[in-house]
Design a protein around this ligand. Sequence first.
Ligand code: PMV
Length: 328
Amino acid sequence: MNGARSATAVAHPNIALAKYWGKRAGEGNVPAVPSLSVTLAGMSTTTSVTFDETLVDDELVLGGAMAVGRPKARASELLDRVRAAAGIATRARVVSTNDFPTASGLASSASGFAALALASVRAAGLDWRADEVADLARRSSASAARSVFGGFVELDGGDGATGAARPVAAAHALDMRVLVCVTTEEAKATSSTDGMRATQATSPYWAAWLADAPQSHAAIRAALLAGDFARVGELAERSALAMHACAMAAGIVYFSPATIAALAEVRATRALGLPAYATIDAGPHLKCLVKAGDAAVVRGRLASVPGVLRILEATPGEGARVVTAEAP
Ligand code: PMV
């Protein structure tokens, strides 16, 4: 084995402004529609990977506890792809920590698999470009491909797409803050994978979503490149509601009373003339998009919404990066 045997990478969660929901048929975990997200600074996953000849099996330590079952199997699947590419059979020890609460509704799988992909590629001595690391991360969690890059990032999806992720605009392209309204400490009842599967199988609005989402993505991309915060926010809120409407028609409801109350507050704030917009992922937490200068006042309003437990504030930030790499 050449090069480093151990590497540590840091990655951040991302929030989709143009949502993806559903997978294209076939291999590679490619989304059914294109998406566009913002990578968030201020919340990090740090992951160390050490290939160790003395191990008989991969080991995964998540937040200080030894992981088994599905989380470990998913990490091993990614490590198997890296081992195949590097021509090695050595097992690895993976130690990963989040500095944000995993029940915050910030996709920890996105930052988690982006950090794991980058650390394991580097620890295996592979000199891969960021797009190759993103391709590896996407196979484990599609949204993780976007966290490999910083700023505003798109991920291809749909017929003929390869699922490539690429940066679209730098973090400073919009003077934006994301207010994450945490509404529960519990894990979500339906995983995004299961929710997508049910939606694709039974939602009467699936075809409408497939037809609308690419246009929505293109319009958000254009508004972003024009630096039009209000238009990005308006379209992002619409994309999230279209995704949830499609899922709800299949019986998949991620909203709680606090989600609706926070959405009403965002809209009441907007009616007062403050540009604030909502987006919601596969869970009950609402994320509010605001201009930096309005963040404090909007945060104060959302903090008083019944069911909002606390609010995390994030700025657009950097992509995944290696912080240490060591040869034996
Ligand atoms: O790739 P996953 O399983 O993390 O699914 C992400 C789905 C949404 O967060 C709801 C939308 C998105 O584009 O991130």
